[in-house]
Ligand binder design. Structure first.
Ligand SMILES: [Zn+2]
Length: 178
């Protein structure tokens, strides 16, 4: 006797011992095991539909866990920006007054041109961060503040964000204004 190919029930997938049974279900001939033959083979075609027997895939009682979203994403750089304080002009102006020195003198010592010093002290323009550092160091005052970027972070729309009808209405309004 040559080795016969193992046969498997075409309904439940169980290995078939012996010759198996050929049955017709919904116009298809199937080779099935004894058990399925018992179950389906003797019924009249068309009176049932094939359901996998016994071995239903086990559904776990717990819902499938969602991938955990990291609560604290690793930050590669500190999340803040450096900004010039609002009342920089007042701070610089008072520092200059306190020093009792002239703009010309200070210009050399601070490392800014007289025009720049004056423009900043009078609030004509904001100092750059670089200029502000020079002024901070020289006058021992604070001109740069760190602003945390949390506000920006909060604006990020979460992946599972679903717009509400209100949001959609807003979006439409915005588009119309263009
Ligand atoms: Zn079977």
């Amino acid at each position: 006797m040559g080795k016969a190919k193992p046969k498997y029930c075409e309904i439940c997938g169980a290995p078939i011992r012996g010759p198996g049974h050929r049955i017709r279900i919904e116009g298809t001939e199937l080779l099935v095991c004894d058990r399925c033959y018992e179950k389906y083979g003797k019924k009249k075609p068309g009176t049932f539909s094939i359901m996998p027997t016994g071995r239903q895939p086990r559904r776990s009682a717990r819902p499938v866990p969602r991938p955990k979203r990291e609560l604290k994403p690793k930050r590669e750089r500190p999340l803040y920006t450096e900004e010039i304080v609002e009342d920089f002009a007042e701070r610089v102006y008072r520092a200059i007054q306190r020093s009792g020195k002239s703009y010309e003198e200070l210009s050399h010592e601070v490392g800014l041109s007289v025009n720049d010093l004056r423009a900043i002290a009078h609030g004509y323009r904001e100092p750059t961060i670089k200029e502000a550092r020079k002024l901070e160091r020289y006058f021992k005052i604070k001109l740069i503040e760190r602003v945390e970027e949390e506000v920006k972070e909060k604006k990020v729309i979460p992946r599972d964000y679903e717009p509400t009808l209100g949001d959609i209405a807003n979006i439409r309004v915005k588009k119309r204004k263009k």
